[in-house]
Design a protein around this ligand. Structure first.
Ligand code: HEM
Length: 152
């Protein structure tokens, strides 16, 4: 059970961080030559799909993270520094994602519905910054988590 939980935890991290990496590093520059209206419309189709997947990944990371912590390590007292850092940074990433989903992302989708290109561009910029920050934090957390047993 513990092994299954850790495997799901790892897969959820790969999906979330890998998805952000692809969006930011590969997709964004590839979309740059497109006309702005087309670019926004494409974002309006891909972001709801990606964020639905991220919700699943966040719930899986949370449940399996605490599952492994309490059934594998008997709580934070038994865990190394890398797990404490992962919990702190991980919870911050999840809160940031939740805020971004319920504020800028909802406003972005509304702006697209209202055909308000300026508002959509403004909200998308806020989404982009959160994704960029979560990408950096996600890469750091993954590196800390993967190496922590040798130093944590
Ligand atoms: C509520 C937040 C979280 C908790 C409580 C938590 C807890 C844990 C625990 C207890 C382990 C096992 C550590 C070990 O055996 O050394 C683990 C592993 C791991 N976690 Fe998390 N985690 C959280 C969030 C995250 C997030 C947000 C990410 C990345 C986006 C992440 C990525 C990883 C990775 C890659 C491993 C595998 C490390 C290995 O190779 O053993 N975790 N996590």
């Amino acid at each position: 059970m513990l092994i299954l939980a850790l495997a799901l935890h790892l897969l959820a991290a790969i999906v979330w961080v890998g998805g952000m990496f692809f969006a930011h590093v590969i997709l964004r520059p590839a979309m740059a030559p497109m006309p702005p209206a087309e670019r926004m419309a494409l974002r309006g189709r891909l972001l709801p799909r990606f964020f639905a997947v991220v919700w699943v990944a966040v719930i899986v990371l949370f449940v399996t993270g605490y599952g492994v912590l309490y059934f594998g390590y008997e709580g934070l007292d038994g865990a190394g520094l890398h797990v404490r850092l992962m919990e702190g940074i991980g919870l911050f990433m999840m809160l940031l994602f939740g805020w971004m989903y319920f504020r800028p992302f909802k406003l972005f989708m509304q702006a697209l519905k209202d055909d308000d290109g300026q508002a959509a561009a403004f909200e998308f910029e806020r989404i982009r910054r959160v994704v960029a920050l979560n990408l950096v934090l996600g890469l750091i957390v993954s590196a800390l988590a993967g190496t922590g047993n040798f130093w944590g």
